[in-house]
Design a protein around this ligand. Sequence first.
Ligand SMILES: [Fe+2]
Length: 297
Amino acid sequence: MSTTKQQPMYATTDSTSEAQQAPRPHDAYRAVREQTVALCAPLEREDFVVQSMPDASPAKWHLAHTTWFFERFVLREAFPELAPYDERYDYIFNSYYDSVGARHARAERGLLTRPTVDEILGYRRCVDERMCGLLDSAAVDAVLLTRIELGVHHEQQHQELLLTDIKHAFSLNPLEPAYARATPHCVASVAPLAWHRFGEGLHEIGAAPGAFCFDNETPRHRVHVHSFALAHRLVTNGEFLEFIRDCGYDRPGHWLADGWALLGTVEARKGDVQEATRAFCRAKELGSAAAAANCPE
Ligand SMILES: [Fe+2]
């Protein structure tokens, strides 16, 4: 992973007054690190270890890998004499950084019952203590701040992955565990669906100068966009159910080729219909049939 930097996210000693209003590096780092741990609060110990498919990673691997990033690419760069927290972590918590060396197979991360969750949380605390010490010291320079900023964004990416991966694991469990229980947002009525139409033309896409971005978000460039339309509101569960009952899954005209191919499997169709029906029934339990028919989720 690499980044294009136009302007540091963090204030430095010679920053402008505007930049000085940005969160202190210490605060920004601490906030993201604490948020990752907070996202794991609903998990049981068993949940931290499971890997539901080769493209997913266990929650505890995300906790450790994001920590390893800061240890390997910030602390050990800032303090070359610093001994690794555990030299084996370069192998098991490296994702795809070839320059670091060989790495454990991605599809086998779920086999890593050790280190334990407690050991990984201890690893996080140790690295956090050292990182905060570094951020408050004169040893941190612009190069390290840029790398720390990258690490913070990298950890936010893994927060999304952590949630996606655990929700996928839960989706495969017949007991239907939930990451969080929430009451569906039901409304008594919704406006008829309307469309906002946009004409064709040239538009700029890509990161604008002046803010953090990853290298695949640049260069900013122009593209020709064909005319399109967007609905003015979300589709409701009731409308999904109406689509299913109207044989929408049987009409190829509603689908692009990949979607239609996916529907070719009986299991996929069955799963979609069951999920839509379950959502409808859950909504119905919470209120009137009219409310259920208009319950966006
Ligand atoms: Fe990563």
